[in-house]
Design a protein around this ligand. Structure first.
Ligand code: UD1
Length: 357
């Protein structure tokens, strides 16, 4: 039994970590192919080392580019690699250009494809991630959904028979890491000169927020108006676009920092008063760590976090008020599973092998 995981962007490395560990524990051969979509050490290497993920077996080194150019280059480079590996499953993760390229490369070779984090929908057709996830779900043979809501989207699209709800693998990781970062948290707060519960952590990288100068300026003004320090962990795309648009990031409450490795991120977030973000993963991580989240988008795929009161959607002018709102009522709801999703993923892949041939 051989599984080939194809990954390329930061959130996929986090999802890969528990899957790689579960493959190892189950004695399943696991080959890791890195497309090279993210190549900066801070977006890639630090995740492999800190989360104890084996080095990629294959590095395609594709790098940045327009959507078509990047996706096409990955598709072309993946075909001979997948063909040579001839795996029982090609496992693709999430909703990036790497995900879609790998799903397409595999179906064209008649290799069985499983999509992890299937069924998420924003219903916003302007997002590249929405195209990637819808197309990947319809191409894949097996849809590993994180939640019942995700499974219901797949059912509505006629894909119920290929769907299994496994839980959310990012939830597996966040709790494992959170249990081991108490010391790192205190050290980080000391280095940054902030006190627990008195700062927010912000991230911003989505095209719809960074690529329009007026929208970006409005969001930065919103962050700057928060009444406590906002530590902005700046993705390279944010820095590049802010430079291009002439929007200074450091203003008012905002302090700009480099992106953090995963353990440091978890350590910092778990001590924050709140999170302000447009990232999908961070909305969920904040919820799992019970830190209130403000999401700078018009919709979210992780609707459970909003329904349970731990996440609010905010436009640029609403950020400052949202970031200082009262803490919501405590909850022990667990919409993202029990922290053992990755074991279930491997179990399902082993049990379903051959059925799609
Ligand atoms: C990608 C995913 C997005 C995911 C995000 C996580 C797509 C369509 N988008 O967005 O879903 O949430 O990753 O971070 O796949 N850059 C660097 N160094 C790098 C990588 C990128 O400097 O290692 C810069 C380049 O200027 C590049 C830009 O960031 O053009 C965008 O990178 P790209 O991988 O195209 O998309 P992300 O914005 O990271």
């Amino acid at each position: 039994m051989r599984i080939v995981s194809v990954v390329g962007a930061r959130p996929q490395f986090v999802k890969l970590a528990p899957v790689a560990a579960a493959c190892r524990a189950a004695g399943v051969e696991h080959v890791i192919v890195h497309t090279g979509q993210h190549y900066d050490a801070l977006l890639s290497d630090v995740f492999f080392s800190a989360l104890h993920i084996p080095e990629p077996d294959v590095q395609l080194g594709i790098g940045s580019g327009g959507h078509g150019e990047q996706t096409g280059a990955m598709l072309a480079a993946l075909a001979p690699v997948l063909s040579a590996q001839d795996p029982d499953w090609v496992l693709v993760y999430g909703d990036t250009n790497s995900t879609l390229a790998a799903a397409l490369a595999a179906v064209k070779l008649h290799l069985p494809v499983a999509h992890l984090e299937a069924g998420l929908r924003s219903f916003n057709r302007r997002m590249p991630e929405e195209h990637n996830r819808v197309l990947t779900d319809h191409a894949a043979d097996l849809l590993l959904a994180p939640t019942e809501v995700a499974a219901s989207h797949l059912a509505r699209e006629g894909l119920a028979e290929r769907t299994v709800v496994v839980g959310d693998v990012m939830t597996d990781v966040v709790h494992q890491v959170a249990a081991n970062v108490a010391d790192a948290g205190e050290r980080l707060l000391g280095q940054l000169g902030v006190r627990a519960g008195e700062f927010s952590v912000a991230t911003l990288h989505r095209a719809e927020n960074t690529d329009d100068a007026a929208r970006l300026a409005g969001i930065v003004a919103g962050l700057g108006a928060v009444d406590h320090p906002v530590l902005l962990l700046a993705h390279p795309r944010l820095r590049a676009k802010a430079g291009e648009h002439g929007v200074p990031l450091e203003s008012g409450a905002v302090r700009v920092l480099d992106p953090l490795g995963y353990p440091d991120l978890v350590a910092l977030v778990s001590r924050a008063r709140g999170v302000i973000t447009d990232s999908g993963g961070l909305q969920k991580e904040a919820f799992e760590l019970r830190v209130p989240c403000t999401t700078v988008r018009t919709e979210t795929e992780w609707v459970e976090t909003v329904e349970l009161g731990w996440n609010v959607l905010a436009g640029p002018g609403e950020i400052a008020a949202a970031a200082t709102r009262e803490r919501p009522e405590e909850t022990d709801a667990a919409p993202y599973g029990d922290g053992h999703a990755a074991e279930r993923v491997v179990e399902v892949l082993v049990n379903e092998t051959g059925r799609t041939a």
